[in-house]
Design a protein around this ligand. Structure first.
Ligand code: PEP
Ligand code: MG
Length: 477
């Protein structure tokens, strides 16, 4: 493409949205539509907080959307969202945007007015710069930048198959979140050590109905076999909330309603066949089972009792898992965090669902755009609650994993490992960057980062600490 036309180069500043550079002719179709305004902001730190919070909320929304598309269409259609998630996880990009906000205070006012049909536009997604009719010199400069972005991704991917150890040999364990046996292919391609979260409700939602024991067994067994000896952690049915089957009654407040383990405990006709299917699948390889939305000890005991009863029933039928099935509690409701001590005495492991935990802790609907800026995982309440959970697990000697989106965020993974977590489970596409950041960190450095975050108790400072840490590891330019 030619470098622009007779018109001079014009540069406009917008908000960075994606790494990479794109160039092409302009077709201004949307004159008269809303234009993002570019305004000086009085408080850049508040803007950065809004950006981070929006990124966190968007991550959860895209992950939910991805699951939805995987259920309703198929895995390959859904994988488009992996690219979106990668954009949100680009630490260097987010760091650049934050620096730019601090430096200039900004947004792309005047774009629609400035562009004419036939102009060439170059969009620098990484810094949010829009260049109309770039000169040949400008274009040449961008070739280097594009190359640098590719190099960074290549370097991260080059280490994807290396061991999960820090520079001083401290072991961590990166696993995959999946909801379909076909997704095991991606999980293995990115060298997941196992499945830390298998969302079993995806099958129900794909079928838009209640699958019987045999249908479930076939799906779970396929996943266990595809894992080739790696452990698969199945989460029992987490229907309700945003994951609704047609025949579940509408509720005014579904996130706090009849969902997950609450539904299962009331519906043995649903729960027992699922548990039978899971235990039968465990004859093909190592399986763990965890219960979602546990709010207290009584609930966990009831779920475990039913599981052990079903297990005994199957043992009488001659069905024996290849290895003992460990039973875990998902910690994603603040009340569970508050009684983590007691739960740790009952559970074989914890898996922290940060998507819901942040939503309930901050009373911010994770899917509601209007309050997305309040969905801030850097809120000190989140870090403090995580500390309570991890300390309870440590005291009782049970492992604690994180399977919510924070676990797959290269900003958060170092903090979580520094706080004492051993296992992080994430969407397969997030594995390379998280592994890279952790492999290039020393255990002492991770602990020091955690100590600073704990000491600061300030969301903006936490954000800056996490950004600085991750971008130092990922800045390969
Ligand atoms: C979570 O809440 O963090 C989680 C992993 O579960 P889901 O997103 O499926 O509710
Ligand atoms: Mg959840």
């Amino acid at each position: 493409m030619k470098a622009g036309n007779h018109r001079p180069e014009v540069r406009l500043k917008g908000i960075a949205a994606a790494p990479g550079v794109a160039r092409g002719p302009a077709y201004p179709l949307m004159r008269g539509m809303a234009i993002v305004s570019c305004e000086k902001v009085a408080d850049p730190e508040a803007e950065i907080r809004r950006l981070e919070a929006a990124l966190a909320a968007t991550r959860v929304q895209i992950a939910t959307l991805r699951d939805d598309v995987a259920r309703k269409l198929n895995e390959s259609e859904a994988s488009i969202f992996d690219a979106h998630l990668l954009v949100l996880e680009d630490v260097a990009l987010i760091d650049d945007v934050s620096k730019e906000v601090r430096r200039s205070g900004f947004g792309v006012k005047g774009l629609m007015e400035a562009v004419q049909e036939g102009d060439v536009i170059l969009v620098d997604g990484e810094s949010g710069l829009i260049i109309i009719n770039p000169t040949a010199e400008t274009i040449e400069g961008y070739r280097d930048k594009e190359q640098a972005i590719r190099t960074r991704r290549d370097r991260v991917l080059a280490e994807v198959a290396l061991p999960d150890v820090t520079t001083d040999g401290g072991a961590f364990d990166l696993q995959a979140n999946i909801g379909d046996p076909a997704e095991m292919e991606d999980a293995l391609a990115y060298c997941a050590r196992g499945v830390g979260l298998y969302r079993t409700e995806n099958l129900y939602l794909r079928l838009d109905g209640w699958p019987d024991e045999q249908v479930q067994y076939e799906e779970y067994a396929e996943a266990v076999k595809a894992a080739k000896g790696r452990p698969v952690t199945f989460r029992t049915l987490d229907l309700g909330g945003d994951k609704r089957l047609g025949d579940l009654a509408d509720e005014a407040n579904p996130f706090m309603g009849y969902r997950a383990v609450r539904l299962c405990l009331e519906r043995p006709d649903v729960f027992r066949p699922q548990l039978r299917a899971l235990i039968r699948a465990a004859t093909h390889g190592p399986v763990q089972v965890m219960f979602p939305m546990i709010s207290g000890v009584e609930e966990l005991r009831r779920a475990k009792d039913i599981f052990r009863d079903v297990e005994a029933e199957l043992a009488r039928e001659g069905v024996r898992p290849s290895a003992p099935i460990r039973l875990g509690a998902m910690i994603e409701i603040p009340s569970a965090a508050a009684v983590a001590d007691e739960l740790a005495a009952e559970a074989d492991f914890f898996s922290v669902g940060t998507n819901d935990l942040v939503q309930y802790l901050l009373a911010v609907d994770r899917g509601n755009q209007r309050v997305a800026s309040l969905y801030d995982p850097c809120h000190p309440a989140v870090v403090r609650t995580l500390m309570v959970i991890f300390a309870a697990a440590q005291k009782r000697g049970i492992p604690a994993a994180v399977c919510g989106e924070l676990g797959g965020d290269p900003l958060w993974a170092p903090l979580l490992i520094g706080l004492g977590v051993h296992e992080l489970s994430m969407s397969p596409a997030a594995l390379p960057e998280v592994r890279f950041v952790l492999r290039h960190s020393a255990s002492a450095e991770l602990r020091e980062l955690a100590a600073k975050v704990v000491a600061s108790a300030d969301a903006a400072k936490t954000r800056a600490l996490l950004q600085d840490f991750a971008s130092a590891k990922l800045k390969l330019r």
